[in-house]
Write a protein that binds this ligand. Structure first.
Ligand SMILES: C[S@@+](CC[C@H](N)C(=O)[O-])C[C@H]1O[C@@H](n2cnc3c(N)ncnc32)[C@H](O)[C@@H]1O
Length: 221
């Protein structure tokens, strides 16, 4: 179905529970240990990280607590998410968490600190539940904002060279597209690697994760 330029820009979130200003994502509770462990194994653990689409802020708190050598900047375009991130930051009391910044990767020249490059950019469960322009903006920003040694880290459900990796991912893709025809599970080979090539990035590592998800990491060319 063609995209409708008139369609309002919708921002979708995962299911969330509420406690005061802090939001709790059941999916983040399930995947945060596995994501943290892969992050610590493959990504820089010193320097500056920028997380886009940080949602409730739970991944930021969880990983920043395990990597005190990092300064972890959080960003999200959604005000309720930013309020939750701020509340989680206050609750955690970690000196190495910054933001939340109002970052929408579909905007031109988005950044938390335009004058300073980052050691890593991370986005968890974002590009399938947003128009493809968000994936394009994420890769363009990563190409622009990362240091020469910097890396882009993505987590989510992805298809492989045109094929879903599980029936549940095919059903999820169909449900995303039914909600908004611009959304959908992205393909590692056909979407992400092409975007990387256009933005001076190359595929570095793919890690299979529980429940048919992947971590996909890119480095600068
Ligand atoms: C499904 S939620 C995932 C949140 C969190 N990363 C997690 O895994 O729990 C998607 C998040 O991406 C954010 N988002 C949507 N469009 C975006 C955009 N254009 N730029 C940056 N973030 C965006 C939403 O506000 C939301 O917080």
């Amino acid at each position: 179905m063609p995209e409708s330029p008139e369609k309002p820009h919708t921002i979708a979130q995962e299911d969330r529970n509420v406690s005061g200003e802090r939001l709790f994502s059941p999916s983040a509770a399930r995947n945060r240990d596995a994501i943290r462990d892969v992050f610590l194994k493959h990504m820089p653990v010193r320097g500056k990280i920028l997380e886009v689409g940080a949602g409730t802020g739970e991944h930021a708190v969880h990983i920043a607590a395990a990597a005190p050598g990092l300064v972890w900047h959080t960003g999200d375009p959604d005000p309720a998410s930013r309020a939750s991130i701020a509340a989680w930051m206050g609750h955690a009391g970690l000196a190495n968490l910054k933001g939340p910044h109002a970052i929408d990767v579909t905007q031109e020249c988005w950044s938390a600190e335009p004058e300073n490059p980052f050691d890593g950019v991370i986005s968890i469960n974002m590009i399938h539940i947003a128009p493809f322009a968000a994936a394009e903006g994420l890769f363009a920003g990563a190409g622009r904002l990362l240091k020469k040694t910097g890396k882009l880290f993505l987590y989510g459900p992805f298809s492989r060279d045109g094929a879903h990796t599980a029936p549940s991912n095919a059903a999820f893709d169909a449900s995303l597209k039914a909600r908004d025809a611009r959304w959908g599970v992205r393909d590692i080979e056909r979407d992400l690697i092409a975007l990387a090539q256009n933005n001076a990035l190359k595929l570095e590592t793919i890690v299979e994760m529980p429940t048919n998800n992947y971590v996909v990491m890119f480095c600068k060319i």
